[in-house]
Ligand binder design. Structure first.
Ligand SMILES: CC(C)(COP(=O)(O)OP(=O)(O)OC[C@H]1O[C@@H](n2cnc3c(N)ncnc32)[C@H](O)[C@@H]1OP(=O)(O)O)[C@@H](O)C(=O)NCCC(=O)NCCS
Length: 188
């Protein structure tokens, strides 16, 4: 079951799942974010996480969120434990208002991998995108060596669109990506 509260201002938007509370980040999260994100196993699998990732990196990143929320351009949520408040990771969705679609991205801190948190958060955010924000399509891509992320996309019902050969150039190497999507009318 997914519960969301979007009647309030964006700073108070939340999405609840069985185990998780997705909520906007605040600057108080910077220490926790830096502790989790300063990890090569995350930066190697993502496009935008620098390494090293400092507390200042987290502060600079979190400072961009409020305007993005208010302008309906991008929604970035902390993935937290709904009982303890522990920050497990982050999940974000861009918003292309003209085409009613957006791109999904996420990371979970390595100590918390394998608990189904990314899947639970992604399922909730896609549901929220369709039912609350009026999206028609959500898409996502993963580096081809990152099978765990591909599993998350499959488990939330996304369909493989295709392979984007040598789509990115990162750290001196070309990276092939797998592109997935889900269309609202196809959700169960
Ligand atoms: C990808 C990531 C978000 C997954 O988070 P998570 O909370 O561990 O994901 P879940 O537990 O919901 O699901 C992971 C699935 O991948 C599977 N998996 C894990 N490692 C795998 C591997 N090397 N090969 C294939 N499948 C793998 C798990 O078994 C699980 O599938 P299952 O439920 O069918 O068994 C996390 O590993 C991460 O943050 N990685 C670094 C950043 C990143 O890759 N972000 C996504 C960029 S596209």
């Amino acid at each position: 079951m997914v519960k969301s509260n979007c009647a309030l201002s964006p700073e108070a938007w939340t999405i609840e799942t069985e185990r998780l509370l997705l909520r906007p980040f605040t600057l108080d999260d910077a220490t926790a974010v830096a502790a989790l994100a300063n990890n090569r196993n995350l930066s190697e699998r993502t496009l935008y996480l620098p390494h090293p990732y400092t507390e200042q990196s987290a502060i600079d990143w979190i400072a961009t969120h409020a305007d993005n929320f208010r302008n309906d351009e991008r929604y970035e949520f902390a993935i937290t434990d709904r009982e303890t408040g522990t920050v497990y990771g982050a999940i974000g969705l861009s918003h292309n208002k003209i085409h009613r679609k957006g791109s999904l991205g996420y990371w979970i801190g390595e100590p918390y991998w394998g608990n189904g948190y990314a899947t639970e958060a992604a399922l909730a955010l896609v549901h929220w995108a369709f039912s609350v924000r009026g999206f028609h399509k959500v898409y996502a891509s993963h580096f081809d060596f990152n099978q765990a992320s591909g599993r998350v996309m499959q488990k939330i019902g996304m369909n493989l669109v295709g392979t984007l050969v040598d789509n990115l150039y990162k750290d001196g190497k070309y990276i092939t990506e797998q592109l997935y999507e889900i269309v609202h009318s196809n959700t169960k």
